[in-house]
Design a protein. Structure first.
Length: 322
């Protein structure tokens, strides 16, 4: 009887996951997505499997890993290709520090390490004002491991989870003989169609997104990230071009609501072109000054009609959305 019950539970979970909506139905929902920015990165070191798992349990709909390249062309989950601030590489490979790659001062760079060497490293909380007690405990995952974690979390939670990878610095990596677009496309195409439907893709570089559109076809969901300092008028003028290859934009949150707490019009313009809007980044410990704390800030953006929010604290955003 116990085995039959286990089999029934597994069957129900598998059915829930296999019937997960394609991105079109997910994105047509009026329920804004809670996007776990680098996992539950306000509570645990960013970009760790433990942080992504915690985010899922806190109510996140989407797990957001940034992807850099290793020396052997593997997709490694880190925010920057300089990894000294977010890992214990200084203890494990102190001699590998160097200058270059457009970074002021000596650093350790992802492209100098193989995936096996990354497996020897442990993550650190880069925000010194946040809890440091989990430093040097958790491994640095590959993108493949995040996808595996997503599958395990879906089964345990009984609901679909989306993964929202950001390709970091594709033109830089290509210039040194590493091509993250090729590596990503190969991994994406190995996924089942229902798994592909739960992968949303983002990048700051239009050329990389345009290439992904050509290689992955119209079924892939692509988001054009927008620079923080770009003016709203300039962005609005670019939206027609963006809408020809992307499904969404990811602007800085200050591009949507001004200091007088009025809409800048960017969200309305994007929506008129069929683009979803996912602003970044909401942080409980760094609310915008013209709001009365993070709860007031999130409520304002939910009321504006954003389609999702990137947040370091998915538990707070999930609670307020409810």
């Amino acid at each position: 009887m116990f085995k039959r019950r286990d089999l029934l539970t597994a069957t129900v979970c598998a059915t829930l996951i296999s019937c997960a909506p394609r991105y079109s139905s997910l994105m047509s929902s009026k329920r804004p997505l809670i996007i776990a920015h680098r996992g539950a990165s306000g509570s645990l070191p960013e970009h760790t499997l433990q942080g992504f798992e915690l985010a899922a349990r806190q109510g996140a709909d989407v797990l957001e890993p940034d992807l850099v390249m290793s020396q052997d062309a593997q997709l490694i989950v880190r925010h920057d290709h300089f990894i000294g601030v977010s890992s214990n590489v200084d203890l494990v490979f102190p001699e590998r520090r160097r200058t270059g790659a457009g970074v002021a001062g000596p650093e350790w760079f992802s492209e100098d390490f193989s995936a096996l060497e990354f497996a020897q490293l442990r993550a650190r909380q880069p925000w010194l004002t946040r809890d440091q007690s989990h430093n040097d405990l958790y491994a640095i995952p590959t993108f493949a491991q995040v996808l595996e974690l997503r599958a395990r979390s879906e089964a345990s939670l009984g609901r679909a989870l989306y993964v929202y990878p950001e390709l970091k610095l594709p033109s830089y990596f290509s210039s040194i003989g590493l091509d993250p677009v090729t590596a990503f496309v190969a991994m994406y195409q190995r996924l089942r169609p229902d798994e592909q439907a739960r992968v949303l893709i983002q990048c700051f570089e239009p050329a990389a997104l345009q290439r992904l559109r050509a290689e992955l076809g119209p079924g892939a969901f692509l988001t054009q990230l927008l620079p923080a300092m770009q003016g709203e008028l300039a962005i609005s003028m670019e939206l027609d071009a963006i809408a020809r290859y992307a499904n969404a934009i990811g602007p800085h949150k200050l591009g949507l609501i001004d200091a007088s707490r009025r809409s800048t019009g960017l969200l309305e313009r994007a929506h008129s072109l069929g683009l979803k809007v996912h602003p970044w980044t909401f942080r409980d410990d760094q609310p915008v000054a013209h709001f009365n704390g993070i709860e007031d800030e999130l409520r304002a953006y939910f009321a504006l009609g954003v389609d999702g929010v990137f947040t370091d604290f998915p538990d707070t955003a999930s609670r307020l959305r409810s």
